[in-house]
Design a protein around this ligand. Structure first.
Ligand code: HEM
Length: 235
């Protein structure tokens, strides 16, 4: 779940800001983000956040937003698996709306090139450094076969030929599982960062922590947010 919770937070913040919009179920008035292409049959961990919310509501009803719980869960997930920690500022509000269409346009595809990745993150106020550091979250978790089957069996020059039979991941050895990971080390402007991080894990840890704070503070689009009673529905 650590991987899934960190990704859930990313997919929340890139759509309408960090407002827990990703947690809303489909209704007559809400087009759920859960069925957007980047999320459907892929994003996991909704129940973990709902269970945490239930516990918090029991002792302190109506005070802590689902968006704050999601942000804290992502930080705690990193700490739990031995990754960096950081301080989470609180006070996010939950949305009363969701946007499946923005989830489809604003969450980057794993098949795009470096320029598209850089601009997708710039659109959210995140730098090239933030983008590379945050991609380091792919140290954790899983990807489904259909996303890399073609790449891993290709004769391309950006992927190690023996990779199909190994399990390690390392961009500098051309063992990036997703194309969007490997393009970070393919001769472009981010090469230097990847090699710096490979030599200096502490630099990676501190850039990752800073970027998680920045991503977690992408402002909500909605002015009149609420504190939801349950995360999957508006009150
Ligand atoms: C740079 C652009 C990014 C692209 C194109 C991308 C794409 C993907 C894809 C395709 C998967 C596999 C999903 C599946 O097979 O169901 C994945 C998994 C994952 N992503 Fe990303 N991602 C990006 C950035 C990020 C960021 C910024 C974070 C968090 C800070 C993140 C965290 C994760 C994690 C932790 C997983 C594993 C999830 C699990 O095992 O449940 N990704 N990503």
């Amino acid at each position: 779940m650590a991987a899934s919770l960190i990704r859930l937070h990313f997919h929340d913040c890139f759509v309408q800001g960090c407002d827990a919009s990703i947690l809303l179920d489909e209704t007559n008035s809400i087009q759920s983000e859960k069925t957007a292409f980047p999320n459907v049959n892929s994003v996991r961990g909704y129940d973990v956040i709902e269970a945490a919310k239930r516990d918090v509501e029991r002792v302190c009803p109506g005070v802590v937003s689902c968006a704050d719980i999601l942000t804290l869960a992502a930080r705690d997930a990193s700490v739990y698996v031995g990754g960096p920690t950081w301080t989470v500022r609180l006070g996010r509000m939950d949305s009363t709306t969701a946007s499946r269409s923005q989830a489809n346009t604003d969450l980057p595809s794993p098949f795009v090139g470096l320029d598209v990745l850089i601009s997708a993150f710039a659109n959210k106020g995140l730098s090239e450094t933030d983008m590379v550091a945050l991609s380091g979250a792919h140290t954790l978790g899983q990807a489904q076969c259909f996303l890399f089957r073609t790449r891993i069996n290709s004769n391309g020059t950006d992927i190690d030929r023996g990779f199909a039979s190994t399990k390690t991941q390392n961009l500098m050895q051309r063992k990036g599982l997703l194309q969007s990971d490997q393009v970070l080390f393919s001769g472009g402007s981010t090469n230097r960062l990847v090699s710096d991080y490979s030599r200096n894990p502490r630099l990676f840890a501190s850039d990752f922590a800073n970027a998680m704070v920045k991503m977690g503070e992408i402002p909500a689009a909605e002015q009149n947010g609420i504190i939801r009673r349950v995360c999957s529905a508006i009150n």
